[in-house]
Design a protein around this ligand. Sequence first.
Ligand SMILES: Nc1ncnc2c1ncn2[C@@H]1O[C@H](COP(=O)(O)OP(=O)(O)OP(=O)(O)O)[C@@H](O)[C@H]1O
Ligand code: SF4
Ligand SMILES: [Mg+2]
Length: 424
Amino acid sequence: MTTATGTRGRPATTDKERATAGRPAGADSSRDAGPALAVEHLTTVFTRSGGDVPVVRDVSFEVAPGGTLVLLGESGSGKSVTARSILGLYGAGARITGSVRLDGREILGGDMRALRGPHLALVPQDPAGALDPLRGIGSQLVEVLRTHGVCESRAQARERALELLALVGIPHPARVARSRPHELSGGMRQRAVIAIAVACDPRVLIADEPTTALDVTVQAQILDLFAGLQSRLGMALILVTHDVGVAEQLGGGIGVMYAGRLVESGPAAQVLRDPRHPYTAGLLAALPTPGAERGSLAVLPGRPPATGEDFPGCPFAPRCARAVSACVQVPPGLEPVVVRIPEPPSEDGALAPARVPEADAADETSARVRRAACPVVAADGATPSVTGAAVPVADDASGSSDASDASDASDASDASDASEAVVR
Ligand SMILES: Nc1ncnc2c1ncn2[C@@H]1O[C@H](COP(=O)(O)OP(=O)(O)OP(=O)(O)O)[C@@H](O)[C@H]1O
Ligand code: SF4
Ligand SMILES: [Mg+2]
C-alpha cells in the first residue's frame, strides 16, 4: 500500500494559537478522549413544493482525533450533502435529523458559525465558488485568521497567510496573496481554499474532493499536509473522493456510499482488497488497470436510483448480479461495524502500517460506522463477484428466506454493543 509520508513544511503553530482555537495543545492529549466527531442516523431531506426529497439516509460513523475516514461513491450518492449537513450549511429548505457530536457535544441544529474554522472546517468541492472574486487571496486568509483570533495583529496575520500559502505548495506566496481568484489556475485556487480551511488548525476537517483538480505530485503534497496536521494536532479528517487511489494512499477507514446510504466500510486496505458489498466490488472492478486489454473493463450496469426515489428493498437491487427476490422487498438492516485505522503518522512522519482488526481490541477503535448490510453476502459469506451485466431479480424462494433471515440477524446485531462488532 502506498502511503503519504513526511511532514515537511509544517507551520510553527504555537501553543498559544492552539489555545486560542479552544482546545488543548498537542495531539496526544486529545487522542484518548472519545471520537472527535460522531454522526448518528444523519438524514437529510430537501423540502420541495412537489414533495420531500430524501438525499442522505440514516448515515452513522465516528472518527477519532487524528483518525481518517474516506467517503467514496458514485456521483450523486450523497457525499457532499453529508459533508454540508454536518457543517450546517443548509437553510430552511432542508430538514436534517439525527445527531452530530463534536467532542461529545451535540452541534446539529445549533449555532455553527462559532464552530466553523477552529473546530470544524470544510474544503468545499467547488473552490471557485468558495472564494470572494473581488478580493485578493491574502486578504481573505487574513480575515479568517483575524476573525477567529488566531493572530493578534494584522501584521502577524499577513505573515501567517504567506506561511499557509507556502504550506499548501504555492510557489510564489507573496504574488498569489495579491492575486484575485480569477487570476489563478484551478489548481492554485484549490490550494488557496485548502489554506483557508486549515488556517485555524481545525479539530475536524472535511475535505470534499480536495485534490481532484491537482496533478499527482501536488496531490501527494496535500495529503502529506493533512497527515502532518493529523499527527501534530490530532485533527480528524473526513475526505470525500471518487479516487480509489487517494483512499488507498491515505489508509484509515473507508465508507462507501450508495443512494444516500453507507453500504460498506472498513479499513481502506481491507475494503479495497476484499470488498464485501456487490456495489463496492462493482466500483472496484470498473477501475482501469494499466496494461489491461482493451474491452476488459467490467462495467457496472444500470444507474443509481433517481434522487429521492423511494425503494422498499435494497436500492442496489436493479443493478446487482446477486439479487434475490427478498432484496427488492426488505430494506437491508444496518449493522454496526468497528473500523480500526492505522495510527496517525509518527514524529518522523512515517505512517504506521494498518493493523488487522481484532475483536478484543475495542478500546483501540478509531472510527465506527453503521453500514447497510447485504443480507445475501452475509448469509453465504462469499466475496461478491461482479459481472458485466445485471441478472434479472431472481424469484428464488430459498434465497429469499436466506436474505430475510440475514436481514433479521443484522437488525439484532444493530442492537448489540457496536464495540463488539468488527469488520470482516
Ligand atoms: N440543495 C439541494 N437540493 C436538492 N437536491 C440536492 C441539493 N444538493 C444536492 N442535491 C441532490 O442530492 C444528491 C446527492 O448530491 P451530492 O452533491 O451529495 O452528490 P455527491 O455524492 O457529492 O456527487 P459528486 O461525486 O458528483 O460530487 C444529488 O442527486 C443532488 O442532485
Ligand atoms: S444481494 Fe441483495 S441486498 Fe445485497 S447488494 Fe445485491 S440487491 Fe442489495
Ligand atoms: Mg460531491
